[in-house]
Ligand binder design. Structure first.
Ligand code: NAP
Length: 313
């Protein structure tokens, strides 16, 4: 089968760290072009906008959109309307409705839309899901605490409306929780801490319930210096299951059970190829819906102003 002619849009941190190496390693894709306002990719044709690229290269079959969520919908809608398959970085958009619009466009044009959740491809996630299937679960505790200055230096978009603030990493935890739990959950209360000079939260405490009263609690915090924590602990019949390091490691009652072969972005591209070849889409909005619910139900607390450079405080 011929490789799928792919283009990438938005050449920033995640494009360089993960997308470009994963595409290069996947024989199902041939990277033929890139669109970027400020950068270029070696060995392919480069354009300053996605529209210019799609006008010049009608042979492009698929695009991977790697820019922040606020800038994605118009480009995705244009690409889908031109009959291109589209991969969306997480979170898939700035609102639920715009992503639903994209899903409708994909269906109407007979092309694939993939709303990616890279953390679902972390090595511990599939074994955790298999382990929890059919078991009684009592509680889930999510701790997602990292240093925003280390992980998101100078990313102004992340603090703007639609950038999600601490939910940018937190939604990764929610994408895992919604993948591994064998039942739906819904938010019952939330507290959101907004720096007084920012439009997005720096911390969030969430409580969810499941259908049999299962308690799911999540603490997201971007003010963590020292050890960084991306853990999900599940109390279930048959033992305590802990996914740590963002899903990279799974332990059950202290014993490790991880699928060493799994890897996040190679997994996403393998899935993108599978969806395109089978003529289907994958658009699960449940992680983004929980975040939207948190903005609806959350009690807001004003906290100390945040400056990228602490000396500016
Ligand atoms: P980034 O480096 O700050 O931005 C990515 C690129 O998007 C920029 O280099 C720029 O590319 C383009 N861009 C930025 N602001 C834009 C705007 N307002 N309008 C149009 N294009 C814009 O961000 P990133 O860390 O790569 O994150 C991008 C997406 O990937 C986010 O949704 C994030 O949640 C997700 N993600 C990031 C990571 C990570 O570790 N950083 C991990 C997983 C997922 P051009 O100059 O080329 O146009």
């Amino acid at each position: 089968m011929n490789p799928i002619k792919l283009a990438i849009v938005g050449v920033g941190k995640i494009a360089r760290d993960q997308h470009l190496p994963s595409i290069a390693a996947n024989p199902d894709f041939d990277l033929v072009a890139a669109a970027s306002r400020s950068a270029s990719v070696d060995g392919v044709r480069n354009f300053s906008s996605a529209a210019e690229m799609l006008d010049a290269m009608p042979e492009i079959e698929a695009v991977a959109l790697c820019m922040p969520p606020q800038a994605r919908h118009a480009i995705a809608a244009d690409a889908l309307s031109r009959g291109k398959h589209v991969m969306l970085e997480k979170p898939p958009g700035a609102t639920l409705s715009e992503v639903e619009h994209l899903a409708g466009l994909a269906a109407a044009n007979g092309v694939t839309l993939q709303a990616t959740w890279h953390s679902r491809y972390a090595p511990g996630v599939a074994p955790a899901k298999a382990r929890l299937k059919g078991r009684r679960i009592r509680s889930v505790e999510v701790t997602w605490k990292e240093d925003v200055r280390h992980w998101h230096p100078g990313q102004d978009w992340i603090w703007e409306p639609g950038g999600l603030g601490v939910f940018d990493p937190g939604i990764n935890a929610l994408s895992i929780v919604t993948e591994i739990l064998p039942f739906p959950i819904w938010l019952t209360s939330a507290g959101l801490s907004f720096p007084e000079n920012r439009a997005a939260p720096i911390a969030a405490d969430l409580a969810f319930s499941g259908p049999s009263g299962e308690a799911v609690e999540a603490a997201f915090d971007w003010r963590q210096t020292g050890p960084q924590t991306w853990d999900i602990a599940v109390e279930a019949d048959g033992g305590r299951l802990v996914l740590s390091s963002g899903g990279a490691r799974l332990s059950i009652d202290g014993e490790t059970h991880t699928d060493e072969a799994a890897a996040e972005y190679p997994g996403l591209y393998a899935r993108f190829a599978e969806l395109i070849r089978s003529g289907t889409s994958d658009v699960d909005l449940s992680p983004l819906r929980h975040v939207a619910d948190a903005f609806m139900l959350g009690r807001r607390l004003a906290v100390e102003a945040f400056h990228d450079d602490p000396a500016a405080a």
